[in-house]
Design a protein around this ligand. Structure first.
Ligand code: AKB
Length: 315
């Protein structure tokens, strides 16, 4: 029997594009989308959809049994900024959803799991440049603590119960199709929108704050590739890197297309979160173990972002 995939959190920034891509590859009826609310028209009309709260284990089991699901991509999570405002809710969502899915995999109800981690697992004591796969990890945010705990749970279930779980530490993800929500890296998406609509952006991070980032197409490719490959026995939530830049550098890239675009900087509480994260990531292990390779640099991403957003706002 072929695999049936369930995406939990299918209407979020990554979930939406991941669902559509997986439907394109494996067929619309093979990929079940689910979220606590409905998504955009393209997602809703392209295949099956279920309302599903990621913390409700009984409902997850019901959906898995209804569609004979074999693989789960658990994309539901509360990101860094929102998690600082609602620490308990963030912990409940980010941890309980993962433990439910790992338990169901342990019980044999599903065969394979994807779970997203983040560069937020690192903290102020981590080397900030070329951050290694294995290093000091003392996150200072609620989100980062939940992601690090999640990584350890994945390793535990893999080692103890042989659960097939795969994971990536995403950097900030940039896309013109779906908006992020509640993250520290969100500025790098907002800036493109504001460049088109207002010719001006007031940035909540300081001009020289360097963060690791990635265009959505590369992130989706990494996510699908890691689920298709044979991995070493140890659990790794893989570092993956593509580009890194500062608000000033992305502004210069935008000004090559829109010379009148202006930026001001008003750093707020999000600056402290950004300052606790790496500036660049060493992803040699992912490149060696499963041939990870990115294809979008800052210039190519800026071309695609501005071209598509111009079209979107004009229509
Ligand atoms: C956030 O900013 O919280 C996320 C992340 C880096 O995981 N985009």
């Amino acid at each position: 029997m072929s695999d049936t995939i369930l995406i939990i959190g299918a209407c979020g920034q990554i979930g939406t594009e991941l669902t559509l891509k997986l439907r394109g590859i494996f067929g619309n009826t093979t990929v079940i989308a689910s979220d606590i609310r409905e998504g955009n028209t393209e997602l809703m009309e392209s295949g099956p959809f279920e309302i599903l709260d990621a913390t409700n284990k009984d409902k997850i089991i019901e959906v898995i049994e209804k569609y004979h699901v074999t693989e789960v991509y658990l994309m539901a999570a509360m990101l860094s900024v929102t998690a600082e405002k609602h620490p308990q809710k963030a912990w409940d969502l980010n941890m309980n959803s993962l433990l439910h899915i790992l338990d169901l995999a342990k019980e044999g109800l599903i065969k394979k799991v994807f779970w997203p981690s983040s560069i937020a697992v690192f903290g102020t004591t981590t080397p900030q440049n070329n951050t290694p796969q294995e290093t000091i990890m003392e996150p200072t945010t609620v989100y980062g603590i939940s992601k690090l705990a999640g990584e350890r749970w994945c390793a535990y279930y893999k080692n103890k119960y042989n659960v097939d779980v795969r994971s990536i530490r995403y950097p900030g993800i940039i896309s013109w199709k779906t908006n992020p929500g509640g993250g520290t890296t969100d500025y790098a998406v907002e800036i493109y929108h504001k460049a088109i609509t207002d010719n001006f952006y007031n940035c909540f991070l300081a001009e020289n704050t360097r963060l690791p980032m990635m265009y959505m197409d590369d992130a989706i490719k990494a996510t699908i590739d890691i689920m298709q490959t044979d991995l070493p026995d140890n659990f790794f939530s893989y570092n993956i890197a593509a580009i890194n830049f500062t608000p000033k550098e992305i502004t210069i890239a935008i000004q090559k297309h829109l010379p009148n675009f202006k930026i001001e900087y008003s750093p707020d509480f999000r600056q402290e979160i950004a300052d606790s994260w790496p500036q660049s990531i060493n992803d040699v292990k992912a490149r060696e173990d499963w041939n990870w390779k990115h294809s979008f640099d800052l210039e190519k991403m800026t071309d695609v972002m501005l071209e598509n957003l111009k079209e979107k706002y004009n229509s």
